[in-house]
Write a protein that binds this ligand. Structure first.
Ligand SMILES: Nc1nc2c(ncn2[C@@H]2O[C@H](COP(=O)(O)OP(=O)(O)OP(=O)(O)O)[C@@H](O)[C@H]2O)c(=O)[nH]1
Length: 207
């Protein structure tokens, strides 16, 4: 017998959550795609691709806060002690979207160079890529382009959803934050352009 706990209240979605800042958002859709709405209403979600389960990969430099981000989202916890992710880690989060059960697979990948090889074998088949950088470390923002290029080698750039996320805002002053945000918006715009062109290698040409 398979007894699952009820889906958490904040995981029941009847509408798309709105972005915090439009100019910083890579995706500004206001509502579900009409095909999704229609398929949910008619209980035929098998016809809208892999609607019942989606894979998200979280990539970025070491210690930028990928694990903390996932733990906050899934368990609402925060650990100030750093434990490097070895290879990959995995969380599953259950939702209900327009009345239909939906699961999000969250893949937490290692930022350390020596584990990159293992982690990258889990990049394939993602519906969303979250690239994380540290708001207090400009190099980590610069490196997001390489992380994205690597993740896009294993995925279809024309259909995967991309999110650029800055972490550790609590450690920056408002002046530092304002500067970093400007740079991050530029990178986000660059990412958008590259995705529109659908050229996986365009962000980081080979050396
Ligand atoms: N102050 C503060 N510390 C944070 C924040 N996010 C993460 N940290 C700290 O930064 C360190 C690294 O966080 P992790 O989430 O383990 O980083 P990671 O990107 O998963 O690291 P790797 O597994 O090595 O790739 C830990 O000591 C965290 O407590 C944040 O928003 N604010």
């Amino acid at each position: 017998m398979n007894i699952l706990a009820p889906v958490r209240r904040d995981r029941v979605l009847a509408e798309l959550p709105q972005c915090l800042r439009k100019e910083a958002a890579l995706h500004v859709r206001k509502d579900f795609h009409p095909r999704v709405t229609c398929a949910c209403q008619e209980h035929r979600t098998g016809t809208v691709g892999r609607f019942k389960i989606s894979k998200v990969i979280v990539v970025g430099d070491l210690s930028v806060g990928k694990t903390c981000l996932i733990n906050r989202f899934c368990k609402d916890t925060f650990d100030k002690n750093y434990k490097a992710t070895i290879g990959v880690d995995f969380e599953m989060e259950r939702f209900e979207v327009l009345g239909v059960p939906f699961s999000l697979q969250l893949w937490d990948t290692a930022g350390q160079e020596r584990f990159k090889c293992i982690a990258s074998t889990y990049y394939r088949g993602a519906q969303a890529i979250i690239i994380v950088f540290n708001l207090n470390d400009v190099a980590s923002l610069e490196h997001t382009k390489q992380w994205l290029a690597d993740a896009l080698k294993e995925n279809d750039p024309s259909s995967v959803l991309l999110f650029l996320v800055g972490s550790k805002k609590d450690l920056s002053t408002s002046a530092q934050y304002a500067l970093m945000e400007k740079d991050a918006i530029k990178v986000a715009q660059e990412i958008k352009t590259v995705q529109r062109l659908c050229i996986p290698g365009a962000l980081c040409p080979p050396p």
